[in-house]
Ligand binder design. Sequence first.
Ligand SMILES: Cc1cc2nc3c(=O)[nH]c(=O)nc-3n(C[C@H](O)[C@H](O)[C@H](O)COP(=O)(O)OP(=O)(O)OC[C@H]3O[C@@H](n4cnc5c(N)ncnc54)[C@H](O)[C@@H]3O)c2cc1C
Length: 391
Amino acid sequence: MPILPQPSPYYMSSNFSYWELSSFLSGYDVMIIGSGLVGLSAALHLKQSNSLLKIGVLEAGFLPSGASTKNAGFACFAGVSEALDELETCTEADLVRIIEMRWNGLLKLRKNLGDKAIDFVQSGGYNLFNNKQNEQAEYCISQIGYFNNITKDITGIPDNFSVAHHKIAQFGLQNIGHIIQNKSEGQIDTGKMMQTLIGKVQSLGVHIFNNCAVKEIVEEANGQLIKTTQGNFTSRKVIVATNAFSKQLIPELNVTPGRGQVLITEPIKNLKIEGAFHYDNGYYYFRNINGRILLGGGRNLDFKAEETTETGLTNLVQDSLEKLLKEVILPGKKTKIEHRWSGVMAFGQELKPIIKQIKPNLFCAVRCNGMGIAMESLVGEEVADLALCRL
Ligand SMILES: Cc1cc2nc3c(=O)[nH]c(=O)nc-3n(C[C@H](O)[C@H](O)[C@H](O)COP(=O)(O)OP(=O)(O)OC[C@H]3O[C@@H](n4cnc5c(N)ncnc54)[C@H](O)[C@@H]3O)c2cc1C
């Protein structure tokens, strides 16, 4: 009989060295879960407030894998038809607060990272109405004065919204009957924005761990034990910034995922489209980027199917995007689609994000809806301040 090797009597819970355990996996003041815009903005604010704090970020994906590197890069803070929709579910005071948060958040993002680094351009935003939406368009146009008053108080810019029907021909759009311009809306290069933000927090000494999904957070006598796919971390405080995925860690949160599908064309000669365009109450959106059209939306065609944290593309949505491209955006032009992808947003019954303390040492900042880029620097700051004042 061969002699089998005997199992070692020495228990080894992991192969981490003493050095790894003491320097990389333990002793955090604040551990942030999720390396999207909110999580990284929180990390930035914590380090800027106190450079001695040990801050870590745990990210499930190889790259951030929710919305922050997948979005369309609209630096938007309000649109007339979308704002009127929003008023159906919130009070005017709530809407004003949200618009203010988006506007101030955008200023903060630009100040933190610099317009050049993120390719910010104030190209203008456009609310489009097709030929069958005349009644809705006329109602929205009648509300321009009302929204100009609201935004003037926030931005200091008069007459932000205006009718711009002459631009329909200038942009080469077809089947569009009405257009409302938002002169302060801008565009960002999403990839550059996230690269710059990651570089900035790392330069301040924040440890970011990728491919490290958090499975559970356990409250222990001397801090939080964070169980991940790579091993266990310890930290005094934890901030959950996992947006659409938040119910996996905090089931009681009122967060519903909403997948957004996107496509991008090949470069187009003499492209006339310039700006950030919202169509069908914002359910579709498109912009120019490096001579191409980036186009997304169509979640409203099947809300239930798109209520998922899974990545993926569907024929229903992709066909509708291509139809819009052919019939409205680039009529009469044969255009190759070069690439397609999806990302996941977080929605809820209320418009405002959830920023709160869940337990004495556990905080969350999630659910920035579909216009998150603008407000997230402030959302990150707010949750960081909650954790800071209890450190
Ligand atoms: C297709 C699309 C287009 C959009 N376009 C725009 C736009 O033009 N303008 C705009 O303002 N907003 C837009 N948005 C919305 C905006 O991108 C989001 O509001 C914003 O990026 C959300 O940031 P976040 O940090 O809250 O979440 P996310 O960026 O989703 O970050 C959450 C992170 O948590 C990680 N994570 C999840 N679970 C775990 C776990 N258990 N352990 C560790 N990590 C975990 C995820 O991988 C993810 O990286 C768009 C979104 C999508 C999907």
